[in-house]
Every structure is written in C-alpha cells, then in structure tokens.
Write a protein that binds this ligand. Sequence first.
Ligand SMILES: Cc1ncc(COP(=O)(O)O)c(C=O)c1O
Length: 393
Amino acid sequence: MNNTYLISLQSKLPNVGTTIFSQMSKLAQDCNAINLSQGFPDFECHPELIEGVMKYMQQGANQYCHTAGLPALREQIALKTARDHGISIDAETEITVHSGASEAIFNIIAAVVKVQDEVLIFEPAYDLYRPVAELFGAKVVPVSLKKEDFSIDWDKARSAITSQTRLIIINTPHNPSGTTLKAEDLQQLSDLVENTDILVIGDEVYEHIIFDNQAHQSVLRYPELRERSFAVFSFGKTFHVTGWRVGYCIAPTHLTSELRKVHQYNTFSTFTPAQYALADFLQKEAHYQALPDFYQARRDALRKWLADTPFKLLPCEGTYFQTVYYGHLSQEHDVDYAQRLTREVGVATIPFSPFYTQKEDNKHLRFCFAKKYETMEQAVALLIKHGDKLRQP
Ligand SMILES: Cc1ncc(COP(=O)(O)O)c(C=O)c1O
C-alpha cells in the first residue's frame, strides 16, 4: 500500500492483554507440556449429549432460536432450580439462555452499569469482571479476600460501599482459590445491600462442583438477594462441554427484561441444536447430581499425589482447581515461576497474580483437576522427577 495512513486508535482497554489462560495454554502447547492450567476437561462429555446435538441438527433445528432461549430448555432450568433450591422461577420471564456464562456476565454489566458507577469485586477475581466493567465506564473497586483462607472480610467490604456502588460480584465456588461462600457470607451480603439499590451478580458456574457434602449457597436462596441478583450458571462446567458455549442467567422479571435488551443485540440467540440436546439431558438429574463425587475423587487423587511434592496444598472446597503455595521453595514472581515450570518441568499451571488489580504475588499456583487421572499422575510424576527445578532461591 502506498501512502499508508496510520489510523490512530486509543485503546478502551489499555491495560488488557491476552488472558493468562490463553498465555499458559499456548506456552503448554509450544513446550509440549501437560496442561493443568486452563479450566477445561480433557475427557469427553456424555455420548447422549453429542447424539442429541447430531439428532437435532439432522432434524433441522439449525435456525435462530428464541432470543431468551429454547422454551423447553428454560422449562427444564426452572424445574432444576425448583429441585435444587426449592424456589419457583418463571421460565418465561426470569431465565435467559446465553452463549456461556461469559456472555451473560458481559450483558448484565452492560445492561446495568453506567459511567462512574462503582462495581465491587473480591480479589483474586475471575479476570472477566474488571475489563468488562471498565469498558462501560465503571470504576472497579477491588476488595482483597483474606490472605490466610480467601474468605471475605465483610468489614472491609462494608467500608468499600459508597453512594456510587451499583453492583457487587460474588463467585462461589471460587475461581481461582477453590473456596466456597458459607451461609453466613450470604447473610452478610443480604444485610449489606438491604434498603439500597445495589445489584448483585452471583457467578455460580461451579455450583455442582462442591465437596464434602456442603450445600451450594446460591443467591437465589436468600430473599433479599434474590430480588436484586443475576445468578449465572454454565452448562459448559456442569456437562463437560466448555466449547459449546451455553450458560444461563436467572434474575427477577424487571432485571431480566433489561438483560434481554442487551442479549438480543449481542448474540441474539444461542446455538440451537445444543439447547435441544441440553433440554433432554437436563431431565436426567443423575448426571449433575453425581458431579460432586466425580470431581471430589479427582481432587483427592491429585492432592494425594501432590503431597509427595514440596508444594504446600491449600484446602479445596469446590471448583476443579487445587491451589498450592511455593513461597518456601522460590521467591520468583508467580508468573515467571509458572512459565519456568512449564518450560523446564513440562507442567503448566495458572499463577494467581493476574487475578489481582495490583498483580499481587502471594506465590500461589492453581492446578486444574478436570483431567484424566493419567494426565494428573503424569504431571505429578514430572514435578517429582524434576523436584530440584521447583526450588530456586
Ligand atoms: C468463575 C467463572 N465465571 C465464569 C466463567 C465463564 O464460563 P463460560 O465458559 O460458561 O463462559 C468461568 C470459566 O472459566 C469461570 O471460571
């Protein structure tokens, strides 16, 4: 091209690069390392789901779906919610199917946040919340979880609330730490928002990946929260199909109608054949009800193997992530350490610092155990074989 004119574009997200998940997965691929970094299963979903999608595609379910989601799927979601939480949800006006929980969270923030509004998040936080809130002109107010156990310091949260606070985002079970919020936490949140216009996102994508017979504490169970919350779920996590991009949001009618205004101009509707297949599969509660045991067995196996490494294991109450501490082995920055382990040991993990606004480095790494047993066993064998590489003063 002659006389190339360089168009100037001021980035709306100047501090955002490629996510740590993509970075570590790419490095794992480049180094031929075992990938325990990004949170996706390396095993297949139930064959009935695949057969279902194929069946409905062959039957011609290949056009746009209802923008709010296939009615039959929304009906099944309402039944599931009644079974799980004993509450009645209107499938017509309170459930919206999205292309993954990510799209739901993006749309919720777009629908409710205005310039200068404050969005309170708890850090370490899933890395989508901040950039999306900033994209819509909001000010993100990060509140650090307690260092010792990643629980919420409610006094700190209370003091971060101002007249500008529009939205609080909670995530339980929690990525990346693997902790869960307890009934007292949800009660604290209820008290905090009572008689205010503050809205809540309950990011509950790991609702069924919760261990040791704990009950998942959904925002839907607390009347004060239910009336102001968007509860977000992911079929990708529950049915081992993260690539299908299907999730949903439950929110009261007047909040849902605002959310749907954005959703219809974003994706309009979600992949139709998958919605039909999921509507059938959801009728079989057995799958998701077996999920806690399915993942608890993997958690226990990984913890048992990792106990033979010098890492210190933190408790894991939910999600498919195990956190380890390595500060007694090396003072390297966690991103450098994770990258070096990928290159020199052949095991990719996720460092925690990218989940903090201030890139706080507390020497924590996250291992994903949504993996075949042999994948995890091989990874830990490498960590043991190259134990000297884990120590670098
Ligand atoms: C805490 C959390 N929220 C939301 C998402 C996004 O879920 P989905 O894949 O359904 O978009 C993820 C995915 O890893 C997650 O860990």
